[in-house]
Write a protein that binds this ligand. Structure first.
Ligand SMILES: C[S@@+](CC[C@H](N)C(=O)[O-])C[C@H]1O[C@@H](n2cnc3c(N)ncnc32)[C@H](O)[C@@H]1O
Length: 244
């Protein structure tokens, strides 16, 4: 049996930001729209500015989850291990977001008009933290969001489970968690050459990992998006809950 790749085995500084953006986020795909609609429905249940501090767990170069919290979170920490992703995020915050993020912002704002009117303003409360999500202290946040991280950074199911637990425990009891996972995604390629660890999960495994830690748990799924590259997945799993 080939050796499994764990989170610490990977050089996250080498994440291929441009290729990842080109494959996933240079246009608004139907699956992004579904994730935005899902997360937005959770945020819309929360009062304006009601969360002092929120966490984006493994932010990567994806700006739309950071925009979604703009009406509710007075500050968002985007925690990310990879140097190239951190550099991209910092540039987006200081120089303004790439125009390709405008349709994502427009949809988020259509769904929640409390979100500020420009993509740059919607990111004004974000701080980029270059660090390891496993080092985030427990109970620091009122809300946490995780998109395509726990199942896309290890091949080991026990490590996937540990990352999900760490994600939930970053939030105070009663705090909100929202997440999106690639469904049944094996180890995947980005661009021509790079290979990244994946841990196949589905609605049942995600529910079984989160059920002991959370209440008000909802876990749903969407089909694979034919407009996205084939990463070997069968769709996405979407989750919302509150920490017990
Ligand atoms: C599949 S990408 C998802 C990125 C982003 N959340 C998105 O929605 O596209 C996984 C991300 O997790 C980051 N990552 C991996 N291990 C990490 C760790 N231990 N701490 C913080 N970030 C980590 C990677 O650098 C990468 O940006």
């Amino acid at each position: 049996m080939p050796a499994r790749t764990f989170n610490d085995d990977v050089d996250w500084d080498g994440w291929p930001v441009d290729a990842y953006l080109a494959e996933n986020y240079r246009e608004l795909h139907p699956s992004d729209a579904a994730v935005i609609a899902h997360h937005s429905a959770c945020y819309r249940r929360l009062d304006t500015d009601s969360v002092e501090r929120s966490l984006e767990f493994g932010a990567g170069p994806n700006l739309y989850p950071l925009m979604l919290g703009a009406a509710v979170c007075r500050r968002t920490d985007a925690v990310e291990a990879g140097a190239a992703n951190v550099a991209y995020l910092r540039r987006q915050l200081t120089e303004g977001p790439d125009a390709s993020w405008s349709p994502f912002h427009a949809l988020a704002r259509d769904l929640d008009p409390r979100i500020p009117a420009s993509p740059g303003a919607a990111l004004a409360r974000v701080r980029v933290v270059h660090g390891d999500v496993r080092a985030v202290p427990q109970g620091r946040y009122g809300l946490a969001s995780m998109n395509f991280v726990a199942e896309g950074v290890t091949e080991d199911f026990a490590e996937f489970t540990a990352l999900c637990r760490q994600f939930v425990r970053c939030v105070v009891p009663g705090g909100t968690v929202v997440a999106a996972f690639m469904e049944n995604m094996p180890t995947y390629r980005i661009g021509e050459t790079t290979v990244w660890p994946g841990c196949p999960v589905d609605v049942h495994t995600v529910r079984s990992v989160f059920a002991p830690l959370t209440g008000e748990l909802t876990v749903t799924r969407i089909d694979a998006d034919p407009t996205l590259p084939d990463y070997g997945d069968s769709g996405m799993v979407l989750l919302s809950a509150v920490r017990r």
